[in-house]
Design a binder for this molecule. Structure first.
Ligand code: 5GP
Length: 187
């Protein structure tokens, strides 16, 4: 059986963080990757646990030397998936990345054996109604968030699998079955 690089993506609020946490807690063979970032640690964050916190110069140097499976810029800070770190872990375990759709598609370009799984909400109307009823965001902001969700889900057809998170335990079981199937695949 091969060790698999698993990418979990999906719109915000879909529950992928919970799924990633539960998957790694339940399955000792799955290890969560740690990204590099140039942003400062927040209170309680520890270098090497939430992120590897590195200087911008060092980040750009690493990027130039092909040291990332993918990287991008969010809110003026860089974030990237460190190639050596992931490849070393993959020697003994499956590795899970929780990144956005564009990051996932870039991983597939640099590492085509990666398994891309999209977590989708049961219904878009339900998310929209939940946001509206929360009264925490303006209708305009909600519209923008819904457009982003549409954009991400549109890319789902480029992913290997889409799992609907209607029932959390069922979604986790489905993902575990996909991983087992991939581990047994000859490539
Ligand atoms: P935060 O600063 O709140 O921890 O993360 C900001 C954004 O960076 C989030 O959308 C998060 O998903 C994204 N991010 C974290 N690590 C990576 C990474 O390795 N690659 C990419 N492309 N985005 C990341």
């Amino acid at each position: 059986m091969r060790n698999v690089l698993i990418v979990l993506s999906g719109p915000s609020g879909v529950g992928k963080g919970t799924i990633a946490k539960k998957l790694t807690e339940k399955n000792q063979n799955i290890s969560l990757s740690i990204s590099c970032t140039t942003r400062c640690p927040r209170d309680g964050e520890v270098d090497g646990r939430e992120y590897f916190f590195i200087e911008k110069d060092k980040f750009l140097e690493k990027a130039k030397n092909d040291g990332f499976l993918e990287y991008s810029n969010h809110f003026e800070n860089y974030y990237g998936t460190p190639k050596d770190f992931v490849m070393e872990k993959l020697k003994t375990k499956d590795v899970l990345l929780e990144i956005d759709v564009n990051g996932g598609l870039n991983v597939k370009k640099s590492y085509p054996e990666a398994l891309l799984i999209m977590v989708a909400p049961p219904s878009l109307e339900e998310i929209e109604n939940r946001l509206i009823n929360r009264h925490t965001e303006s209708l305009e902001k909600i519209k923008l968030r819904m457009q982003r969700i549409d954009y991400e889900l549109e890319k789902a057809n480029l992913y290997d699998y889409t799992v609907v998170n209607d029932d959390l335990e069922q979604a986790i079981t489905e993902i575990e079955q996909i991983i087992i199937k991939e581990k047994n695949k000859q490539i």
